[in-house]
Design a protein around this ligand. Sequence first.
Ligand code: NAP
Length: 311
Amino acid sequence: MRCVVTGSGGQLGRCLSRRLEAAPEHELLFAPGHAECDLGHAGHVERLFDEGRGLGAEVVFNAAAYTAVDRCEQEEPLAHEINAAGVARLAQRCEERGVLLVHVSTDYVFSGDARAPYAEQAETGPVNAYGRTKLAGERGALEASPRAIVVRTSWVFGPGRNFVGAILEQARKRRTGEAEGPLSVVDDQVGSPTYADHLAAGLVALAERALEGEAAGDGDEPVRGLYHLSGGGSTTWWGFARRILDRTGHDDLEIDRTETASLDLPAARPAFSVLDTRRAGALGVTLPAWEQGLDDYLASPDGAALLEARA
Ligand SMILES: NC(=O)c1ccc[n+]([C@@H]2O[C@H](COP(=O)([O-])OP(=O)(O)OC[C@H]3O[C@@H](n4cnc5c(N)ncnc54)[C@H](OP(=O)(O)O)[C@@H]3O)[C@@H](O)[C@H]2O)c1
């Protein structure tokens, strides 16, 4: 596949770019970061398939998004411009050029009231501005480009700022005496941590299935529309934090269980956002368990660098 990756500076964008660069069967034509292709900038999106950029692309993986969940509450118009209007613009451009768009969305499109994993067709009901803008982006993508693939995922960690780094920073502070006492982590949100590199592999596999299916034209159900893809299993942020400490030599550090409400954050969070991933699974695309995702991240060069920085 000849590919473009937008948002290449983020956790997922970095993993996608590296994977595609390393795969001899694929060609990464162009991997712009935020400054080079700002989704909020119509001219940038317009020029995406120009000579010297993504000319000849078959697939665009969009890993760009305004992801600061709490800031979105104050900046919903800006977040909407990027996560919704910008995505629709990108999908329109892809459609005009006959390019497959693989766009990434979020578990935060759901309210969190369910107690069983959410399937793709489950009713949405975002509880915060970020979720509203991402839901509008899903709709905009699929309206502008009906053959687009929109993948909802959850609790992403990988190269960049993330929860694993935040917990290891808290551990480091206990070791150096900059902080004392137990860590404190919320235990009333349930979800599925997802290693960005595992997700990247899943997105590439879905795009491959879609293009193979189109080429074969064999009448099978086309690979398009909504899919759920996250690390297998589920836990709470407390459970995730416990595992991070246990796997990094900090099993003696204690973590208090707290409630989300006590943090008084600007944005509400869904209490339960586990995704039912069977639709992608039926195509043979399933991500490893979240615990494996954590182990693989910690064992990667990114994880090694993080551990060194937090030693
Ligand atoms: N992180 C999660 O827990 C999570 C959970 C569910 C779904 N997702 C979705 O997964 C996808 C990848 O997320 P991630 O974790 O890789 O996020 P990330 O690390 O925050 O990366 C997002 C990237 O998008 C860039 N960006 C922001 N505004 C942009 C704009 N106007 N135009 C172009 N690029 C822009 C950011 O650049 P700057 O750093 O310069 O702003 C950053 O490099 C996103 O669609 C996100 O909504 C993430």
